[in-house]
Design a binder for this molecule. Structure first.
Ligand code: MIG
Length: 842
């Protein structure tokens, strides 16, 4: 096999682009044509347009905390097609906006006032500033540098106050805080990328600005190659711009960063609730083949009792890299294999690249040609570029009817039993050309605009994954699809999960993955993961793999993957001792599945990520905001990865509040810097005081057994405190939950000196799980209850946890584990439990 790209080549190309953009922003200022002065037109409901000699501006209010600023050169705006926005102005409920001239002097300046924002538009030269309703400045244009054009380029400059920090921009390597760095947006096949490689595969031109605990958001909805400069070119300014298109951005006001993310994902869409199997553990390599190797891997998971929900087939399953085909010598009976794997509880995901082999005898190529489905050069010829199958043509995914055709191609693999699809190489990557992608002048349909690749490149991967998802939905309308894509744009979470491409098997990369996935989460990409163990570089060392898996079971999307030719990288590949540790890591994820699933449910409704940067919960805590190597997993768990060889502990910052070590129950009072133990078999994980964490017994795959018992792990609160958790459940697979087939219950815990009151509301919704028990585990209280009643009836004290397991109801206290467990049949009618903690108090 030949390696067709060099890492050095990638870096050199990326650096060259970054330098030329910087030079463009700096050196060539004189050549920039500023928008200059503008004159306001009459307000039209919640928007107003300003005209000037060089261009025009529209400011429109979508919501009290969401304003769009659109600036175009010339006398008219271009067509308003966004690939990201799914809720344009017309779809928002009407909001009250006052639009007026400031003060009594009139003039051309205008103020737009909503219940949350005051937008001051300065007319000469044009500039915009955002204030809250108390008159505090949130963000403003650089008065000395109004938005400007240089040829087709467009750019805007804004003030960058001291102490303002920037987060987001999707998949970026390096530190979470973007201040002091420049970034380029251009989807790139970045094999073997490192901490200074930019751009990477996915480009999300959305960021959060955070100052003194107050957050705003800015989404620059422009698909051309764009760039962001946070104080590199000019020390107290940041700027963003693109090689074409309009200055078109959305401004979101918090001040809560979660509110910003909620609005942003209302505008561009959220991660739909994934099927349960998609959030179990997945095993991949480049490539498992032939069939007997796949069976060997499957058998080993089951024989060794290591939970796993999906196996992946990489490019070697295909006939000569022809997508939508099987290599019949390697895989003689795909339906038979799929059937057997399904019996063992596995789902199967196959890779699909965009390049269609140029082969007159190949049905996909024939259909694509006949249907006029491929992207063309300006001379009308189908573009042909080299990828895995040799010469290949590239579907024009901007065309609805092409996406429909594309989606229909999956029917065969789906009929064979394939469960999910993995869209790779969709930058699109092209071998043996310096640009590593399709030519800039490639023509795409784009709503009939016949746009060049310069405008479409960054959405190519997203539109491919969209066609894939839609095709899967057509074939299996009542199953939630799993699509994983390497490339996407803002809003791509609507269609697909994402992974961080070809990382490397190094400790540095394990460390990079945390800020990278946190940054993706802050940009709307909730279902994201990095290749556990690392992809490039010849495989992980035994210790690196174990540490990576300990972190990776807390990735929102959890998959091991490694490149062609690397040694085996399965959880059992590194000897018995590590196999045992690796099994326990994966088991922990499975135990937490109800909790994780609830985090996804929340994400699908609010846009909050599953892997959360601490700044989301603690925006005013500078120490929390600057944490690159810790994250919150859902609401209540704080995870601190170990990223150094031979480490036996690490420093952890615990924000305000009470925290309990997940393994030992040891209590900490934050804010505090603690030295946490981290022997090879565990990384530090802390649980928030008052947490109520739904868990389930370990299964080998999600469908192996229903949840029984459904357990709520309860962590102590201060006396007088109370906490609650909304619990959600459904069938984990279909869309029936959209029609009420779900279950919702609320668990509340109230704590006094001498007692705990645990209440669970009756089920709402029409989903009823198989008969089961409820288990409430009161952890880390350090005292044995004097007695427990449920709905007024005394519960029987059982001699041990084992005895409780056999009993239908009752309670038991385990002094060594420091757990009081209460068991009841899950009637669905709700319950009120009184735990008498006896004398002693807290
Ligand atoms: O040129 O399909 O990032 O996950 O294993 C390499 C083979 C193509 C790149 C993906 C990687 C995948 C590999 N692919």
């Amino acid at each position: 096999m030949t390696r067709v790209r060099s890492i050095r080549g990638t870096l050199v190309a990326a650096v060259a682009v970054a330098l030329s953009l910087q030079a463009a922003a700096r050196g060539a200022r004189a050549a920039w044509q500023s928008i200059g002065a503008v004159t306001p037109g009459a307000p039209e409901e919640n928007q107003i347009t300003f005209r000037g000699a060089h261009g025009l501006v529209n400011v429109s209010v979508l919501a009290p905390d969401l304003v769009r600023v659109r600036i175009a050169a010339g006398a008219a705006f271009g067509p308003d097609h966004s690939w990201a926005v799914i809720k344009p102005l017309a779809d928002w409920p009407k909001t009250t906006v006052e639009i007026q001239a400031p003060g009594s002097q009139g003039g051309n300046d205008r103020i737009l006032r909503t219940s949350e924002l005051e937008v001051r538009v300065h007319a000469d030269p044009f500039g915009v500033a955002f204030y809250d309703r108390e008159g505090h400045l949130i963000s403003k244009d650089d008065e000395a540098r109004p938005p400007a054009w240089e040829g087709a380029r467009v750019r805007a400059w804004k003030a960058m106050p001291d102490g303002e920090h920037y987060f987001g921009l999707g998949e970026k390597a390096g530190p979470l805080d973007r201040r002091g760095h420049t970034y380029v947006m251009w989807n790139t096949d970045a094999y073997g990328w490192g901490q200074n490689t930019d751009p990477l595969y996915q480009d999300i031109p959305f960021f959060l600005g955070l100052r003194d605990g107050r957050a705003y958001g800015l989404f620059f909805d422009n698909t051309y190659r764009s760039s962001f400069d946070f104080g590199v070119d000019l020390p107290d300014r940041y700027s963003f711009g693109a090689e074409g298109g309009e200055m078109n951005y959305y401004f979101f006001w918090g001040p809560d960063p979660k509110k910003v993310l909620n609005r942003y994902t209302e505008l561009v869409g959220r991660t739909p609730l994934p099927p349960l199997w998609a959030i179990g553990y997945h095993q991949c390599r480049y490539s498992y083949y032939p069939e007997k190797v796949v069976r060997f891997i499957a058998d080993n998971f089951r024989i060794r009792h290591i939970p796993c929900d999906a196996l992946f087939l990489d490019i070697h399953y295909m006939d000569g890299y022809r997508i939508f085909t099987w290599d019949k010598s390697r895989f003689p009976d795909p339906p038979g294999l799929m059937r057997d794997l399904h019996h063992q509880g596995f789902h199967v995901v196959t890779i699909i690249d965009p390049g269609v082999k140029v082969d007159p005898n190949y049905w996909v190529y024939q259909q694509g040609l006949a249907g006029n489905d491929f992207a063309k050069l300006p001379d009308g010829k189908v573009f042909v570029g080299k990828v895995w199958p040799g010469e290949a043509a590239f579907p024009d995914f901007t065309w609805d009817r092409v996406r429909e055709w594309w989606g229909s191609l999956y029917k065969g693999l789906i009929a064979d039993g394939v469960d999910g699809f993995w869209n790779d190489m969709n930058e699109p990557s092209v071998f043996e050309v310096p640009s590593k992608t399709t030519p800039d002048d490639l023509v795409f349909y784009d709503h009939g605009l016949e746009s060049p690749a310069t405008r479409i490149h960054n959405v190519y991967g997203m539109e491919m994954s969209r066609g894939t998802r839609d095709g899967m939905l057509k074939a299996r309308p009542n199953e939630r699809p799993l699509v994983i894509t390497r490339d996407t744009y803002a809003g791509g979470q609507r269609y697909s999960a994402v992974w961080t491409g070809d990382n490397s098997s190094t400790w540095e990369h394990l460390a990079l993955s945390t800020p990278e996935i946190m940054g993706m989460g802050l940009s709307g990409l909730a279902l994201a993961g990095a290749d556990i163990g690392g992809f490039a570089g010849g495989g992980a060392s035994p210790e690196l793999y174990t540490r990576w898996l300990e972190t990776g079971v807390f990735y929102p999307y959890c998959r091991t993957h490694v490149e062609f030719g690397a040694p085996n990288q399965e959880p059992w590949s590194f000897g018995n001792r590590l196999e045992e540790i690796n099994r326990r890591s994966i088991e922990l994820r499975y135990r937490l599945l109800p909790y994780l699933y609830n985090a996804y449910r929340e994400s699908s409704e609010t846009g909050l990520p599953v892997m959360r940067a601490l700044l989301l919960d603690y925006p005013g805590d500078a120490a929390a905001v600057s944490q690159d190597q810790e994250f919150l997993f859902g609401d209540d768990l704080l995870v601190a990865p170990v990223t150094k060889d031979h480490a036996i502990g690490r420093a952890v910052y615990l924000p305000k509040g009470t925290w309990y070590d997940l393994r030992t129950g040891h209590r900490y009072a934050g804010p505090a810097n603690v030295e946490a133990e981290a022997p090879l078999d565990r990384i530090p994980v802390f649980v928030r005081g008052g947490a109520i964490i739904p868990t389930r017994p370990v299964v080998q795959y999600v469908g192996e057994a229903p949840i029984n018992p459904l357990t709520f792990e309860i962590y102590p609160l201060e006396a007088g405190g109370s906490s609650s958790r909304d619990y959600y459940e459904d069938d984990g697979l279909s869309f029936d939950f959209e029609h009420g087939l779900s279950l919702r219950q609320k668990v509340t815990v109230e704590s006094s000196r001498a007692a705990l009151e645990i209440r669970m509301t009756a089920r709402e919704g029409s989903y009823s799980p198989p008969a089961r028990a409820l288990l409430f585990k009161i952890r880390a209280e350090r005292r044995e209850p004097a007695g427990i009643t449920a709905d007024g009836q005394a519960l029987e004290r059982q001699a041990s946890a084992e005895a409780l397991e056999k009993a239908g109801s009752g309670w038991a206290y385990d002094e060594d584990e420091n757990v009081a467990a209460i068991k009841l049949p899950d009637s669905g009618r709700g319950t009120a439990i009184h735990v008498d903690l006896g004398a002693g108090g807290r």
